[in-house]
Design a binder for this molecule. Sequence first.
Ligand code: G3P
Length: 214
Amino acid sequence: MKFFIDTANIAEIREGCNMGMVDGVTTNPSLISKEGRKFEDLVKEICDIVDGPVSAEVIRTDTDGMIQEARDLAGLHENIVVKIPMTIDGMKAVRNLTEEGIKTNVTLVFSPLQALMAAKAGATYVSPFVGRLDDISHEGMLLVEQIVEIYSNYAFDTEVIVASVRNPLHILESALMGADIATIPFNVLTKLASHPLTDKGLKAFLDDWKKTQS
Ligand code: G3P
């Protein structure tokens, strides 16, 4: 299972890389806006840090505009994957970009049929947003389960990125379901490592060790 980090913050990305937990990065316009930097400069810096796919999202919503923006983004660095919204225009853009050899990540996916369309259009990745479904009392992980099953039934190459992750259980369930990737916010990534019994056990070992030194 691959771990992507869902942030545009350089310090978080570097720390995640130091932990050996960053196989790729996903950004979106909201994450980029938090950093207060020029989009292209920030994305290029992320690509220089991370040896893996880096998703950067288009802003235009018409097919021609998305294709043009995607070409510009893909020209910035070989690691770039272009995030395209799950719309009819988006599907047309994905089909064209796939033919051109530009990698795509279809974003804002909230139903299994949207994911099926994204795969048929030739998307490299699909991003179901589980947390935002949970927020409106729909079971986000059920969506992932259905997408994984559909893709397996028909041997689609499109990889599933579990996105809008809010807690460690999203990662556990993703792994059990066989999702290819989870894109994880930094605060959730650090939570995966922590357990109170680890902290308690380490403290007891160190306290006992001190006794041997007196
Ligand atoms: O990057 C897309 C996705 O992960 C956004 O998450 O928390 O804004 O729903 P969130």
